[in-house]
Design a protein around this ligand. Structure first.
Ligand SMILES: Nc1ncnc2c1ncn2[C@@H]1O[C@H](COP(=O)(O)OP(=O)(O)O)[C@@H](O)[C@H]1O
Ligand SMILES: [Mg+2]
Length: 402
């Protein structure tokens, strides 16, 4: 029997009452199924994992012990963050991320990196035995809307630490001499307390080096930043975020021990995101497949936007909250948006029947005619006719000709 070894590992972990190990093995099974082309089953497993993560409280129980090892005073609500002396602008804000948020949805590789980092903090003693310490610096990069900021917040929640969020606009003073001082003050503040220092939109600072104007001063600013980053290593955890990894100087890049690339979610992650963002609706699996098919190449934030618009449209349409209602709402949301990356979305935006012909003919989607019916409201014989007529071909050709 195929995949029996993994199933056996799942059973073993389950019986031993080790949910983390169960999750890891389920992830393995999901990857194998995906490789074997069983995308539907893989997506189902991913949905189950996501649902389990959602219900699991975000309390940092498993990593609580790490707190003691991150030096610094306890940062209380109400502590005043440092300010720019000339303008009075705040150099950072302090966030106490709530525990009731939900874990972001990740593909296998990202999930492994994030959980691995958290595991390091939970097993500091084991690491020390071999002379290493947990990762203290992380650089997250990827396109806008790929979940970078929420990932930093999630890590802080799991570590049970507040976030000191640098305000890059506050830091960069029109007086460059002041910028260097601001950076130093910011790091002094962050190093004093047990916290995660978050440098969001980090490229704004780090790319200064290439600015042809005032080159000498700018170099000084960047060097201050690099020195502070190096010293910070003895204190807390630093997470930097950038949309444009190529703008970062290799010297900055090297400062970070772990690099985490976020991007567009893969098929199973997309379905989990769609299911999450369509809540409280509980669409059938076939609807999730159809949505996911149209939203290939979208970021998490794009998916959220589309799902919210679909719910608004559905609520106003008076249609039933089932597959067909959602299908019509998706079609009108796509029709209103100016452009789409994916050809399926472009076709659904203009012609629902052509879209049905497209999905009925697409072997990779492997939706049965009954499932297409459930997701769209078209009767089986109509689906079958549309499939035979290949209604989508002219649109597909037109789309490719563009
Ligand atoms: N992987 C993901 N899991 C869950 N939600 C996501 C994910 N990626 C994006 N989102 C949604 O998109 C929104 C924007 O994410 P954010 O972290 O601000 O993106 P970025 O910082 O990369 O621009 C979030 O509020 C969240 O609702
Ligand atoms: Mg962001």
């Amino acid at each position: 029997m195929e995949h029996f070894a993994v199933i056996q590992s799942i059973v073993r972990a389950g019986l031993a009452g080790d949910p983390e190990a169960v999750d890891k093995q389920v992830l393995r099974l999901r990857e194998r199924l995906e490789k074997a082309g069983a995308t539907k089953e893989a997506a189902t497993l991913e949905r189950l994992r996501a649902a389990a993560r959602d219900t699991q409280e975000l309390a940092p129980s498993r990593v609580e012990m790490s707190r003691g090892h991150i030096s610094g005073e306890v940062l209380e609500q109400g502590v005043n963050p440092p300010i720019d002396r000339e303008t009075g602008a705040r150099l950072c804000t302090v966030d106490f991320p709530g525990r009731n948020g939900r874990a972001p949805v990740y593909g296998a590789v990202v999930s492994e990196t994030v959980e691995g980092l958290l595991r390091e903090w939970a097993s500091e003693a084991a690491l020390q035995e071999v002379g290493v310490s947990p990762t203290r610096s992380l650089l997250i990069y990827g396109p806008p809307g790929s979940g970078k900021t929420i990932t930093a917040h999630y890590i802080a929640v799991r570590l049970g630490l507040p976030l000191v969020v640098a305000r890059i606009d506050g830091l960069i003073s029109s007086f460059l001499g002041t910028t260097a001082r601001n950076i130093a003050n910011l790091f002094d503040f962050a190093n004093r307390y047990a916290c995660v220092l978050l440098l969001d939109e980090f490229d704004a600072l780090a790319k200064l080096r290439d600015d042809p104007q005032e080159i000498g001063e700018i170099k000084r600013v960047v060097n201050t930043l690099l020195q502070n980053l190096d010293q910070r290593h003895n204190f807390g955890i630093t997470i930097a975020i950038t949309n444009h990894d190529r703008l970062l100087d290799p010297a900055v890049w090297r400062r970070f021990e772990t690099h985490l690339q976020l991007g567009e979610p893969d098929e199973p992650a997309r379905e989990s995101l769609i299911a999450r963002f369509l809540q409280p609706l509980e669409p059938p699996a076939s609807t999730l497949r159809v949505f996911s098919y149209c939203l290939a190449g979208c970021t998490g934030a794009d998916i959220e936007r589309v799902c919210t618009a679909v719910k608004r449209t559905l609520a106003l349409s008076g249609e039933s909250h089932d597959g067909p209602g959602l299908f019509h709402a998706l079609s009108s949301v796509l029709a209103r948006a100016p452009q789409h990356d994916h050809v399926a979305a472009r076709i659904l935006a203009v012609d629902q029947e052509a879209f049905i012909s497209l999905i009925a003919n697409d072997g990779t989607l492997s939706l049965k005619q009954t499932e297409i019916g459930e997701a769209t409201g078209y009767g089986q014989s109509r689906v079958s006719d549309l499939k035979k007529a290949k209604r989508h071909l002219p649109l597909l050709e037109a789309s490719h000709a563009q």
